[in-house]
Design a protein around this ligand. Sequence first.
Ligand SMILES: [Zn+2]
Length: 309
Amino acid sequence: MTDLRQEAEAIADQFSEHLDIDVDEVEARLDTLVSEYKIPVEEARRSVTNHYLEEADMDRNELGRGGNAEVELAEIDAAEQWVDLTTKVIDLWEPRSDSIAQVGLLGDASGRMKFTKWAKSELPELDEGGVYRLENVVTDEYQGQYSVKLNRTTTITELDEELEVGDDTTEIEGALVDIQSGSGLIKRCPEEGCTRVLQNGRCSEHGEGEGEFDLRIKGVLDDGREIQEVIFNQEATEDVAGIGLEEAKQMAMDALDTTVVADEIRAKILGQYYRVTGPTFGRYVLADEVEELGGPADAEETLIKARSI
Ligand SMILES: [Zn+2]
């Protein structure tokens, strides 16, 4: 299904209780604006929605009620689903781009999930610790990790109630038996809302780009019975490998090669034992806390075991 078709269905859905709308007609209107007049999809959606609001003699804030499933965060297992949530804002992060108004972490009894709110959508500010009913948000997925996006059609209602947030933290212990490609000094796409890692200077979505340096480790922990993939972010990487971003950039510059950073990290930490605590996203545990354990640190023995997996 094309993006426009999806947009058209979402718009038609919103009016399902008010107007008899043909999805093909909505799609044709969107297509005219986007293809012929080169209007961005977001704006085309607003324009087409306004057209039907007028036709139905409705106000924008009457939209977005009904039609969507009310879900808990842990139930979200597909991208591009339109859902309603009752959720608490656990954490707000610094947006990486002007096009993002707010980005952070939502939580409910079932778990936690990243959210993004676009600047263009002109929605009210969410407060950290606030409990909200969010109607008409759309799900997204990247590398098995789900998130939700608040857009122009989203309605936000602040609720005067407490919401218990579930703890989806996992704790694992084991030897670091492998460091995967994509570790060390990497570059991320600087495009709005995109943090994809560039491959040979290209983002799979946005093509060639400058990129912003970041530091991470994609590793494999082995507890003797099973293996678990873990991701150490910049902070955790600095903790375990003792290499900061600036130092990593300097190393890469001196060697005219970014792979020296991963090599250096590998030499320092492969075979070490760690206790890692953090949330599970897809097949990864994201290392919020890392503790080095004094366990056997015989890299050779560990590697022999790793090869036998
Ligand atoms: Zn990108």
